[in-house]
Unconditional design. Structure first.
Length: 264
């Protein structure tokens, strides 16, 4: 079985992993790019078979082309849709998947074919388990994009003239909170997001634990990290948690209660 794949890109050409995944399944690899022309040109030289480009003008965000992208992708009737796990890309993939009536899977560990089915292994419950599913019919997957692909022979870029939805960016203002590097911390203290009003004492306990008198931490290395990703909530639009690959010394849990999850 060869799988014809469309990759959806919203302004960032770092899709090396997506191209490798599509190529491993055989079939053609086409890309719908929403964003600047230079992004489309980079993707066109990345070893793909076809590129269609939707130019974003002025203050119109990539998400405004969700309907146009869905129409273009659905007309090609692909077996598989891929997108990087980034906010705008998730919106465009969701629109195309809905048009194709394709399920969307996240936390992808491996993708293969078995007869007429695509077999996908996904990480679930925050990485403590894996689930393997077999899908016949259209399928959409969210993966990490990977690096910008190395340049090769370029294909033509086909510009698509489309009317965007009525969305414009009025203002972009960075958050004022202090950025911290969790990877550089010698200790990370975490507390869940599922606290209720009745558990306000746990917040006070958490703040006390952060105090020098309890753990003796230097304020510069004591970091409060929110840890609540049991159901892979990075699939939510505009929401992504940083994963701490290694935590040294100790992890201190404060709340022993069933945690509600976003959207549940």
């Amino acid at each position: 079985m060869s799988v014809n794949t469309w990759i959806i890109v919203a302004g960032d050409p770092a899709i090396g992993t997506l191209i490798d995944t599509a190529r491993s399944l055989g079939g053609s690899v086409s890309v719908a790019v929403v964003g600047p022309r230079e992004v489309a040109d980079t993707v066109a030289a990345a070893g793909v078979d076809k590129v269609v480009w939707f130019d974003t003008a002025g203050s119109v965000p990539a998400e405004a082309y969700a309907t146009a992208v869905a129409d273009a992708v659905a007309a090609a009737a692909p077996s598989l849709l891929l997108a990087a796990n980034r906010a705008s890309d998730r919106v465009l993939l969701g629109a195309a998947a809905a048009r194709l009536q394709a399920p969307v899977l996240t936390g992808i560990k491996s993708v293969a074919t078995d007869g007429d089915a695509v077999v996908v292994t996904c990480s679930i419950f925050g990485g403590i388990a894996e689930e393997t599913v077999s899908v016949t019919g259209p399928l959409a997957l969210l993966l990490e994009g990977g690096p910008v692909p190395a340049a090769s022979t370029a294909v033509a870029v086909d510009e698509v003239t489309a009317t965007p939805l009525g969305i414009t960016v009025v203002e972009t203002k960075p958050s004022s909170f202090e950025q911290v590097d969790l990877g550089a911390a010698s200790r990370v203290v975490g507390i869940g997001r599922g606290l209720t009003q009745e558990l306000h004492d746990d917040i006070e306990t958490f703040e006390r634990v952060m105090d020098d008198e309890v753990l003796g931490l230097d304020r510069g290395e004591a970091i409060a990290a929110v840890i609540a990703n049991a159901f892979g909530k990075a699939r939510g639009i505009g929401f992504k948690l940083k994963v701490v690959a290694r935590v040294e010394d100790e992890f201190l849990g404060l709340v022993e209660t069933e945690q509600p999850f976003d959207g549940e």
